[in-house]
Ligand binder design. Structure first.
Ligand SMILES: CC(C)(COP(=O)(O)OP(=O)(O)OC[C@H]1O[C@@H](n2cnc3c(N)ncnc32)[C@H](O)[C@@H]1OP(=O)(O)O)[C@@H](O)C(=O)NCCC(=O)NCCS
Length: 388
């Protein structure tokens, strides 16, 4: 029996030196870009700080989808379409009601989006126009699905959306059944803006791979939700909050962190694959975490966050990422910990859909190459000759 190994001089392209496709340019895109050294993030060339200061999630979504900021008339029509498509079909609600209550919110969201495809009037039509309509329906309905699932699992009936509230405020209304304060509504709106796109992150890449097979938009979004679900991508801010809860008191931070350092544990909310300076999105989440904590008279968690940052950065050269301050912000807003990742999906769907159009508009099947490291020419052994 002769088993050969691949020649060392194989001409196949090598994976990026750092692995995980880190330094591989997989496609071109005109949607968003990151300068990790300067701590800059831009959507369609506009600085994220300008959008966080002046824009809304609806306007930012229009920017990501159409490439330009809408004028006043266009924005009004766009917002109206968002409001008109918030309700989910009763059949999709029935799917949610049928799920075991122990299902994770991300699992319920993935199932509901997949089921929604069957009830979408444009299902089967992959034209640009149909895809815009599908995108509106998917993006508008994600908060309804997440809020409905949270209430269903708690034995409560879902709350209908309110047409007089914007996307962010309406989500909080459907989740909690009470109108958010101005600070809460704006904090949620800014958080949705900040998470809406981030170049070729793992879930966006998954959406593009699915779209590149010319599969439909719902399938691409389902792939993206499944990818975001993993703790290495969407789950870090939940872990930040769990860490703060575990520490429990500001006086426990120093010894807790020293132990974490000596055990070489990863500190959630710090470090980033691209940013070499603090993530620009953390500035805004920190600002709103402080404002909301003061408004609610519950400053414990943001004070602990500041102390954790002080201790971590005094001991390790680690930057603060987007997940650090969103943890205490969402917690003080009363959002259950396991809804932090679905909340990310509610925002990131704007970017996923923009990337799906971009992929369709200049499609090439995404199909990378693996460097084969297994044996070659292995003879087939008949089953009765194999060892027990
Ligand atoms: C995001 C993350 C996966 C990026 O990892 P990465 O690409 O390996 O980051 P770097 O190459 O900059 O890491 C450099 C060093 O810092 C360490 N490091 C990075 N982030 C760290 C963290 N949060 N806590 C402790 N050490 C960390 C790495 O282990 C590495 O150490 P080594 O050289 O001794 O092996 C990583 O920072 C991480 O796991 N952070 C915590 C989870 C998190 O907050 N994720 C949300 C990202 S938005």
């Amino acid at each position: 029996m002769t088993v050969t190994t691949p020649p060392e001089t194989a001409t196949a392209p090598k994976p990026g030196a750092a692995g995980g496709l880190r330094d591989v340019v997989a496609t071109t895109s005109a949607i968003s870009t990151i300068d990790g050294n300067l701590g800059k993030l831009m959507y369609r060339g506009i600085d994220i700080n300008d959008l966080a200061e002046h824009s809304t999630f609806e306007e930012t979504t229009a920017l990501l989808w159409y490439g330009d900021l809408p004028n006043a008339r266009q924005l009004q029509r766009f917002e109206e379409k968002f409001v008109a498509n918030r309700l989910i079909p009763n059949e999709v609600l029935s799917f949610l009601l049928a799920l075991p209550r122990r299902n994770t919110p991300m699992g319920a969201l993935r199932t509901a989006v997949s089921a929604s495809a069957a009830f979408d009037p444009s299902e089967g039509d992959n034209s640009l126009e149909a895809n815009y309509l599908k995108s509106i329906r998917v993006t508008s309905s994600l908060p309804t699905i997440v809020a409905a699932w949270d209430r269903i699992r708690r034995g409560l009936w879902p709350i209908n959306p309110r047409p007089d509230l914007n996307h962010a405020a309406n989500f909080l209304w459907m989740l909690r059944g009470e109108e958010p304060s101005e600070t809460e509504a704006r904090a949620m709106d800014v958080s949705l803006i900040l998470h809406a796109d981030h170049e070729l992150n793992a879930s966006t890449f998954a959406a593009r791979v699915t779209a590149s097979t010319l599969s439909n938009l719902h399938s691409a979004i389902v792939s993206a939700i499944g990818t975001l679900k993993g703790p290495l991508h969407g789950g870090a801010n939940e872990q930040v909050m769990r860490t703060l809860l575990e520490i429990g008191d500001i006086n426990n931070i120093e010894p807790y962190m020293q132990r974490a350092f000596s055990e070489k544990r990863k500190i959630m909310g710090f470090g980033h694959a691209v940013y070499k300076v603090d993530d620009p999105r953390s500035y805004w989440l920190r600002k709103y975490a402080h404002e909301l904590a003061a408004e609610k008279g519950n400053t414990k968690w943001i004070e602990m966050s500041e102390k954790v940052r002080e201790v971590v950065q005094a001991n390790r050269p680690l930057i603060v990422n987007v997940d650090f301050y969103s943890a205490s912000l969402y917690y003080v807003m009363g959002i259950p910990l396991d809804l932090f990742t679905p909340l990310f999906a509610i925002s990131r769907v704007a970017g996923w859909t923009a990337h799906v159009y971009e992929q369709y508009s200049n499609n090439k099947l995404l199909r990378p190459t693996a460097e084969y490291i297994g044996p070659l020419d292995v003879p087939y052994t008949p089953i009765d000759e194999r060892e027990d």
